[in-house]
Every structure is written in structure tokens, then in C-alpha cells.
Design a protein around this ligand. Structure first.
Ligand code: COA
Length: 332
């Protein structure tokens, strides 16, 4: 829990994002699996998503987003103390993708590690980074949500392959005494529902074998309806809690940035919070669900579009496998 007894101020001084060039439309998907643009649009709101090229990886997309965030913060990568990459699609099981990003950026002084909280990863990284800064441990931290989900999608499973896309978003957090930044955060998890959204193969339980490949267990598996219900409940509760703890009503929030998974989930949460449509930022029609990158890319686009001005309050809400979830209120 953040927001209380802070020793130092922490500000987000730079935000950047990157999405690959290649566009995969719903019409393209009609040629791959038994689906229609109409089904995907009405059930999810997604119209297209971006697909990384063969020579693009989570680390390279993360580095591209980070360069933009660092440029906006006017911070030399050599000044970074810490790099956190939130991802479920690391370049490889080890070393950490954060170390590969460190090398790409030339951030020689930084410690670097990966964080795995699925689609909630960026909010988990934000909470960790701001805690390090407010406690006086570090001054300059780069957090990134980045995914090459196309590498773990089963392109024969119409239940899942239409939902996801690739991309990366990054933010630079710096000590700025007097800055308010994160006003309140709530993170949560529920491991009793670990099985409803998972990639079973490739870990130590079921390492790669010829059989495991044939059984297609190295792909993302999801019980869509269960995920849907849990997402609405957990994101709404976390959002209400951070609003209450920061002493704000929903009308005080300029921009709500929900995890971009499904338009129906976003609308259900908006309704339960009593938000108006124009408070809620949506870009899932362009990118689908990019997991850990989702709220980071959306935050960058909201800022670029001038939706948020200095001093405005932003509510970010996320949910993902684990289960994991989180909500944060920021003063921009
Ligand atoms: N095209 C056409 N039909 C499809 C389809 C597709 N891409 N995917 C599934 N269907 C079919 C199903 O097979 C099912 O057919 P059946 O009734 O003959 O068995 C039918 O559509 C209805 O499926 P259902 O699961 O009831 O749809 P839904 O309304 O629950 O929507 C999701 C499915 C996946 C869109 C929805 O459950 C969802 O968004 N869940 C959350 C997913 C998510 O956000 N995950 C990430 C969270 S981090």
C-alpha cells in the first residue's frame, strides 16, 4: 500500500510506447480460424492488433518504448538505478529481459530484473518503483510493460487468438521532492484461480518434450467466461478502494485507464464506478490485449492526445493471470 508516510516525492517524468508496424485485422483472422469480424467486434470491441516481426522481440520493443520515455524525461540511460520489465513473454526463460534491455540502452549503472504479474505487471512495477524512490533507495527508475504475445498464441484456437497483440510501454520515475505522483495503490492476487488463465508448458512442471509440443501446452490457455467475471469484480473493487483511500470521488478523475482486454469488461467497470463514457480511455480496437503493455501504451496515448493535463487525476486499473489485479490513482 502506498501513499502514506512518504519520505521523498516521486514523479513520472517520461512515458513512451512502441507497437510493431504489422497490422492483423479481424478480416485477416477470418482467413486463419473460423471467426468473423462481427463476432470479434461485438464480443470484444477489437478491430485489429499489431504483430511483431520475426526479428522483433520483447526486449527490442521494450527498448524502443524506453528510449521515448527517457527522451521525454531528458534522462541519460547511464543515470538509471533500476530497470524493471513486466512481461509474460520474456525473450528466453533466463537471463531476464530487463538485462537485455539494460544492455540495449547502455544503462551500465542499473540493476535489472523481470517481474511476472501478467496483465497487471505494469502496475506492480509502478508500485515497486515508487516505493524504492519514496524510501530513498533509488532516484531514477525505468519501468516497462512489454509483450510478444504472438509467440505464445495458439493460432488454431479461435477462443484466444483473436484477443491479443504485441507492444510495449515504458515510464521513467524520478525522485522529485514535493511531487505527489502516486496517491494510492491497491495490488491483489488470487492463486486459487491460477488455472483459468495460464501457459502450462515450458516451466519445471511440464518442461518441453516432443509430446508437450504435440499436446500444444506451450500456448496460452484461457477459460474466457471465468476470467471475464473475475476481471469485472476485482478491477471494480480495487478501483473503489484507491478512490476512497485517496479521498476522491469518480467525478474527480479526469481519465480512467483500464486494462484493454475487452470493451464489455471496460463498460461494466465504468458503469459500476459511475463513470461517464468520456472519462474512460479506450484503444483496444487498435491493439487488442497487449497484457503488461496494455495500460502503459494507453497511458502514453492518452498523454499524447492531451486528454490529461498537469494536476489532473488518473485512475489506472489492471487485471490478469495469477490471478493478479491492481488499481492506482495518480496526480499527473
Ligand atoms: N469467433 C467465433 N466464435 C467464437 C470465437 C471466435 N473468435 N471464440 C469463441 N467462439 C464461440 C464459442 O466457441 C462459443 O460457441 P458455442 O456456444 O457453440 O460453444 C460461442 O462463441 C460463445 O462463446 P462464449 O465463451 O460464450 O463467449 P463470450 O461471450 O464469453 O465471449 C470472450 C468470449 C473470450 C470474448 C469473453 O469471455 C472474454 O472476453 N473473456 C475475458 C478474456 C480476457 O479478457 N482475457 C484476458 C484478461 S487479462
Amino acid at each position: 500500500m502506498s501513499g502514506e508516510n512518504q519520505l521523498h516525492g516521486c514523479a513520472i517524468t517520461g512515458v513512451g510506447s512502441y507497437v510493431p508496424e504489422r497490422v492483423l485485422t479481424n478480416a485477416d483472422l477470418e482467413t486463419i480460424v473460423d471467426t468473423t469480424d462481427e463476432w470479434i467486434t461485438t464480443r470484444t470491441g477489437i478491430k485489429q492488433r499489431r504483430m511483431a516481426a520475426d526479428n522483433e522481440f520483447t526486449s527490442t520493443m521494450a527498448a524502443a518504448a524506453s528510449r521515448k520515455a527517457l527522451a521525454q524525461a531528458e534522462l541519460d540511460p547511464a543515470e538509471l538505478d533500476l530497470i524493471i520489465v513486466a512481461t509474460i513473454t520474456p525473450d528466453m526463460p533466463f537471463p531476464a529481459t530487463a538485462c537485455l534491455v539494460q544492455q540495449e540502452l547502455g544503462a551500465a549503472k542499473a540493476a535489472a530484473f523481470d517481474l511476472e504479474a501478467a496483465c497487471s505487471g505494469f502496475l506492480y512495477a509502478l508500485e515497486i518503483a515508487q516505493a524504492f524512490i519514496t524510501a530513498g533507495v533509488h532516484q531514477n527508475i525505468l519501468i516497462i510493460g512489454a509483450e510478444k504475445l504472438s509467440s505464445i498464441i495458439d493460432w488454431e484456437d479461435r477462443n484466444t487468438c483473436v484477443l491479443f497483440g504485441d507492444g510495449a510501454g515504458a515510464a521513467v520515475l524520478q525522485r522529485r521532492d514535493g511531487a505527489r505522483g502516486v496517491l494510492a495503490t491497491r495490488l491483489g492476487s488470487d492463486g486459487t484461480k491460477a488455472n483459468i488463465l495460464a501457459m502450462p508448458g515450458g516451466g519445471c512442471c511440464q518442461p518441453a518434450t516432443v509430446d508437450s509440443v504435440n499436446e500444444r501446452i506451450h500456448f496460452l490457455k484461457m477459460e474466457g467466461k471465468e476470467v471475464y467475471k473475475n476481471a469485472v469484480t476485482a478491477m471494480t473493487a480495487a478501483a473503489k478502494e484507491v478512490l476512497e483511500r485517496s479521498g476522491l470521488g469518480i467525478e474527480d478523475i479526469k481519465c480512467i485507464i483500464p486494462h484493454q482486454a475487452n470493451m464489455r469488461i471496460i463498460s461494466a467497470i465504468g458503469d459500476r464506478l459511475g463513470a461517464t463514457e468520456d472519462q474512460v480511455f479506450v484503444n483496444l480496437q487498435k491493439y487488442g490485449n497487449t497484457s503488461a503493455a496494455s495500460v502503459a501504451v494507453a497511458l502514453d496515448e492518452a498523454l499524447q492526445q492531451g486528454v490529461v493535463q498537469r494536476g489532473d487525476k488518473i485512475l489506472i486499473i489492471a487485471f490478469g493471470a495469477g490471478l493478479t489485479w491492481g488499481a492506482t490513482v495518480l496526480e499527473w
